[in-house]
Design a protein around this ligand. Sequence first.
Ligand code: GLU
Length: 277
Amino acid sequence: MRHSEAYRGRLAPSPTGLLHLGHAKTFWTAQQRARQNGGDLILRNEDLDQARCKSEFVAAMLEDLRWFEFRWNEGPDVGGKFGPYNQSERMDFYRRALEKLHEGNFVYACTCSRRDIQVAASAPHAEDDEPVYPGTCRSNRVSEITNQRSNLRFRVTDGETISFGDENLGGQKFIAGKDFGDFVVWRHDDVPAYQLACVVDDAAMQITEVVRGADLLVSTARQVLLYRALGLTPPRFFHCELLCDDHGRRLAKRHDSLSLSRLREQGKSPEDLRRNW
Ligand code: GLU
């Protein structure tokens, strides 16, 4: 671990809808941890899924973040030496990583058609997480990764325990093949999956601590395997408890009433909104 290095944290929203109070709370923790550690905060726009990401949401995201008093040192609007900060402009980084996975024989072509494959470019939050893949295509060889028309999956070792320490929630343990299976790293329509893009960028941007919601703990286990396969050192992880609505459901972008824009229109101030945290 890199405890002696300067702290670098990040905010990594996807412009697929309006930011809500749940995002703000997790991001606020990320900002506070960066400040407490005298470090930098990086804003990364996770806009890989062109079908779901919209430019009006990028504009709204920047406005909402600024209104809520987030300040970042590097990002799509201010630049920085680890740019570009829009994932859609970082395809070369992802392709190089995919080549490395291919050379190490970590990936195979999967021709199964499933809904989870369509959604693989987005982070799988809790109820959206994919079912454990049964391994139907596991023995497929990939001769060429360019012009690939199949989804490419990362092969896990069934029964392997993936452990990591979480700075907030303590020791974590997941079992490959049981808690998650072979996962998509590249979609058939030439879009890198969230899991791969996130690891490649957190490493390339020299992020020392990833702060995100606890619903992504299983994704972290997958990502630990990608760090290892790519020969990269994982950052530290700090997973935050999630904000739930009155019915105990995780706040999601569909809860429009709790979007930051709506709350602002209603005359709420960021201080009011942070008061009960
Ligand atoms: N763009 C992802 C999301 O919105 C980022 C997840 C992460 O922080 O790794 O959930």
